[in-house]
Design a protein around this ligand. Sequence first.
Ligand code: PEP
Ligand code: MG
Length: 824
Amino acid sequence: MEIIVPACIAIAAPVTSKEAAIRLAGELLVKAGYIAAPYVESFLKREAVSNTFLGSGVAIPHGMIEDRHHVLGTGIAVVQVPQGVRWKDDNAARLVVAIAAQSDEHIAILRRLTRLMQQEGAIEALATTSEPGRIISALTDTPFVPAAQAAPWPADASLELSLDYPNGLHARPATQWVETARRHACDIRVIKDNDAADAKALTALLGLGITRGSRIVLAARGAGAELAVKDLAETVTRLSAEELADAERARVAAAQAKANAPTWRPQGAARLQQGVSASPGLAVGKLVRHENHVLEVVDTSRGAIAEGEALEAALGKVAVELAALEAETRERLGAGEAAIFAAQRELLADPGLMRAAIGEIMRGHGAAWAWKKILSARVDQQRQLQDALLAARALDLQDAGERVLATLLGLERRAVLLREPSILIAEDLTPSDTLQLDMRYVVGLAISSGGPTSHTAILARTLGLPALVAAGPSLLALSAGQEAVIDGNAGCLYLKCSPADLESARLAVRAYTARRDAMRATRDQPAVTPDGHRVGVFANVANARQAAEAVEAGAEGVGLMRTEFLFLERDTAPGEDEQYIVYRDTIAALAGRPLIIRTLDIGGDKQVSYLDLPKEENPFLGVRGARLLLARPELLHTQLRALYRAAAHGPLQIMFPMITDLAEVEMLRAECELVRKQLGAPAVPLGIMVEVPAVAVMADRFAKVVDFFSIGTNDLTQYVLAMDRQHPQLAAQADPLHPAVLALIGMTARAANAAGIHAGVCGGLAGDPLGARILTGLGVHELSMSAQDVAAVKTAIRAEPLSAMQALAERALAAGSAAEVRAL
Ligand code: PEP
Ligand code: MG
């Protein structure tokens, strides 16, 4: 069902009161089958309790949540009143956009409305047009084609279908449509209404504005037309299951976050600044304006060669910076968030950008000036794109591009200085800005532009920061320094609250933080189930500083110290002494607590230029981890010497990554023994990562030759499911809770228990409270995770007897899919 149809648009409606306008809109929605008649009263009920005037002549009447059962399908009616009808106070509404929403599909419409309000003359045009199609086009981002101009596209083969993707056709599935279409030489079009888009062009496809329920025609012309249509139709339907599953997962996650966030409403009068919810939560703070600094550039050139070199060096430096930020974000927040910076690196790698900038440099301009000019042009161009998701990526280009500019100018990008709980208001925040926020003081984000799918919104959700977006330009006019309440669930700011309301909001926040704090307060206590089963909870770290932070967060030690970071971002490999100092300092930071250090795991996603490794077609299946160490004995030898020297200072266990064969273990053990004897060092436990399925399957045999197992669910999942762990389209499916992955973990734990050695998990699944419970039920005794997850995992383990977790694990093993496991 389309969200908006011509029959629901009343042009130049002869209404003179707000109530008449609302009743007319309601009637249109009833007639078109979107709502049952009682919902019209619900519109009026809402007006009595809140103001639905959005600004700039637009009002958005909508019903009460408790009456939602009268909504039969999400739909919108627009009553155009060119002369205006009085709404609240002295505001006149010229476009009355009545919304009947089953869930939150109306957010897209709201976002478009707020965007239109920011475009000069856009609302005026809609308030006076005589063509309903123009209003539909503006509200749904579909190109407006006057009926007379549309000519049918002559096709040799065609097929009509209705799209059931819950989020309509967005960039991810559209990319796959394009890929399919490009496999065929003939001309292929996707047609919606009167508009035909080239199926091989992503932006054209997105420009069609295909939403859930849209009827589309797949058409092809030329040799092989029939096959092309069939192939494309197959792709379209194949993706539908994925899209439905994705939407469901997002819905569950959002519902959980919302359910956990505190609820609050002001009792007295307050001024409301409405936006769109981007991240749930409640907070009270002073408004602080975050200014987007404009980097000033003076155009001076030291000659084309020097300027070209400067630009190249800056791009190289930023690529390294972004890789580091990606690694740090992966550790701090997760792979999905880290992908933001991988994408930024991609954007900068576009040779077209560099070429265009060099062109300017050749014309005598300085590198910084040239880069700024090309960057702004590209950012503007991207912003103009019809598709909101694609347009939002303009901010990423700007973010990455400004890093290059700042590097060229030798400037540091600095964050605002804060001293008290603050709600930042900004026109927009880049992902880098968001990650730089001083989390001691920032309690909320209010953004005038953007959308809930922007990268900043994603980061805010992960950081647990209440946020709203698309609040419109009036947000920026709010005077800084005043106290406000931000409600991330409702996507609004309450201003000028009474002292009593401010106090009650603070109380609600406090009660919520008390719950969280209770979790923190017990973070140093062991994770013991009510029936007395203890699980070790450890942290994953990369250096001594993080080890100290992990202890502070409640970790009982370090279950995985990744040593790759020592080798990244430099020109030569770290020597024995340098490594020794790092390992020794980490042992010291842990003050006697257990520490597992993993030898170098280079290859796969982590590449090091100075090692001159041959380029591989499939680096994840190539010479990676232990395979590389065995092929490059000098690397292994140096690292083992440093490790055995450090072992004199405290407990240390050595672990090898990416093991596949028993023979590898034998060779590595022999090498360890050799080094140990040379140094007269103490013996240390030697363990392996279980991340290749072969090892899990043969865990009983490996258990006889190693001292412990640590299961790497990140890699195990990618190898079991044959899904690249970094693949953006597969990220949602590559779920470690897949029953096949769990079965291999269960086998590994059983083999370890039978042999009397420890089996731990150090992949991402260990830090997920549900995952931790299932892993415990499967017989895993030690979990190692990001320090930030320690307290929550301990709380989850303490909440339930072992027998319940075992029963849960049984049910998970018997499930048919990861989604079923998540639903348990
Ligand atoms: C894993 O694969 O689960 C793991 C912990 O190692 P890494 O993420 O470093 O590959
Ligand atoms: Mg791994």
